[in-house]
Write a protein that binds this ligand. Structure first.
Ligand code: C2O
Ligand code: CU
Ligand code: CU
Length: 496
């Protein structure tokens, strides 16, 4: 009896060991495969594309009119084999829109794709019906013409589709662009401001390619959607930019699906962080790293020495999750992003001003309401996105505190439409206006914001995780802004 038991035990242990060895091998393979590092491996052979400034004209009613056309095309990312892509007014990405505070803009967005899409003005304060979220689909062959008056601080905003459950695919294929806002106080500052020369858009995205050169949109094992192994800047892989001035302003936009970047330079030099999502900071913040989650922007000014070459990198981001989630969500990845090539002699430029913008701190005591948002399992407060359900009703002209909890240990970035918020207790990169903020695992961000100017009980704005895969899977909700005392209406449920 005893001997038989020993045999059973021995066979059992051998079996377990065999399964473990197989499992361990698979785990080790997956573990190794999950990491991407391109430091020192990128040939910077292609000049960085600069998205053109979108032409505009002022119509008889004084509105600045832009035309965008979503279209299919083929784009060569640099490998010599073009991929099928989508773009605005071109094959990939879109032109940079630019307008001044106080101007009324009108954008004719024509959809020449064979699928419905939308265009959302990320970071813009505007009426809900103009917001371009899932309630404003643009059917193939039609044109949508939102109009609103720019009334917010100078900032680097952007635009991208927001189609129900399909945002990731539309952005990944190439539908995105920058929207730069100017105002008088920022124009009076001595900052680099020559577009495409010493003030450059830097739209950073990670891509994956199939063997035939086409974009690979398959999701990662870590539940983060597409995590690519190749970096494109303004649609250019292996990009360099020639610098002719002593100081270069870069408008960094993380337009990836789910990848968090932690930008810094190859020699670890300091740079000045001058602005975040919603505008300039009160004063420049000297740092050697700026981490951006999908949807976030940063304006930096870097000082160059004659004839040098320095590489903008993404170092392993701090995702604040456990080592396993960290690994499979890109937390161990590092990339060479963009090479800067300084001319032999550089045009001198003034140092960055010590004072940039007035950003009055919002006081918590001004908030009339505290709302809780728990992010977990592709849901917010236990609900998946439902276009027919209004999740939150906010009274116009009030301030609120939104407490955002990350409860599932996954990386999430929280974005609110229509407003720029402040992070309570935020300093450094969190000292200014934000519309998207990274929420580390098992932690809480407390945001304060004021809802002004526009009320519409029937048309919701969105709040959501800006990891596009999470958003598409349902990690999104809707709020309406109403006149005080007004009841919310019932939003329509649109189908693409
Ligand atoms: Cu950048 Cu709701 O989006
Ligand atoms: Cu947005
Ligand atoms: Cu998320």
């Amino acid at each position: 009896m005893k001997r038989k038991f020993a045999w059973v035990l021995a066979i059992g242990i051998t079996g377990v060991l065999a399964v473990c060895a197989g499992g361990a091998a698979i785990a080790a393979w997956a573990w190794n495969r999950a990491q991407v590092e391109t430091i020192g491996q990128v040939d910077f052979t292609t000049r960085m594309a600069i998205p053109p400034l979108a032409p505009s004209h002022v119509d008889s009613r004084g509105r600045r009119v832009f035309d965008l056309r979503a279209q299919a095309g083929r784009h060569d990312f640099g490998a010599g084999r073009p991929a099928s892509t989508w773009g605005f007014n071109g094959d990939y990405l879109g032109p940079t829109l630019r307008a001044k505070r106080g101007e009324q803009v009108l954008v004719n967005v024509r959809n020449d794709l064979d699928a419905p899409t939308t265009v959302h003005w990320h970071g813009m304060h505007l009426p809900a019906a103009m917001d371009g979220g899932p309630h404003q689909p643009i059917r193939p062959g039609t044109t949508w013409s939102p109009t609103w008056t720019i009334d917010q601080a100078a900032a680097t905003l952007w635009y991208h589709p927001h189609l129900h459950q399909s945002t990731e695919e539309h952005v990944y294929r190439g539908l995105a662009g920058m929207f730069i806002l100017d105002d008088e106080p920022s124009a009076a500052l001595d900052l680099p401001d020559e577009y495409g020369v010493d003030d450059v858009p830097v739209i950073v995205q990670d891509k994956k390619f199939r063997g035939d050169g086409e974009l690979d949109s398959s999701g990662s094992t870590g539940g983060m959607g597409v995590l690519g192994d190749t970096i494109a800047v303004n649609g250019t892989v292996g990009a360099y930019h020639e610098v002719a001035t002593q100081r270069l302003r870069m408008r960094l936009l993380n337009a990836s699906s789910g990848r968090v970047f932690n930008f810094g330079f190859s020699d670890d030099r300091d740079f000045a962080l001058i602005g975040t999502d919603g505008g300039l900071l009160p004063q420049p913040y000297q740092t050697s790293r700026i981490q951006l989650a999908p949807g976030e922007r940063a304006e930096i000014v870097v000082t160059m020495r004659p004839a040098e070459r320095v590489v903008l990198r993404s170092y392993p981001p701090d995702l604040g999750t456990n080592f396993l989630n960290e690994r499979f969500a890109g937390g161990d990845d590092a990339f060479d992003v963009l090479q800067l090539r300084a001319a032999d002699s550089l045009v001198p430029r003034a140092p960055v001003p010590g004072k940039l913008a007035d950003v009055p701190r919002m006081d918590e005591s001004s908030a009339v309401h505290v709302r809780e948002f728990t992010l977990s399992g592709h849901e917010i407060n236990g609900h998946k996105m439902d276009m027919g359900r209004v999740d939150q009703v906010v009274a116009k002209d009030t301030a609120e505190v939104w407490e955002v909890h990350n409860n599932d240990g996954q990386p999430h970035s929280f974005h609110v439409h229509d407003v720029q918020f402040q992070v309570l207790g935020g300093d450094g990169p969190l000292a200014g206006w934000k519309d998207t903020v990274y929420v580390p695992a098992n932690s809480t961000r407390r945001l304060i914001m004021r809802f002004t100017d526009y009320a519409d009980p029937d048309t919701p704005y969105m709040f959501h995780c800006h990891m596009l895969y999470h958003e598409d899977r349902g990690m999104m909700g809707q709020f309406v802004v109403v006149e005080p005392g007004q009841q919310p209406g019932r939003p329509e449920h649109h189908h693409g």
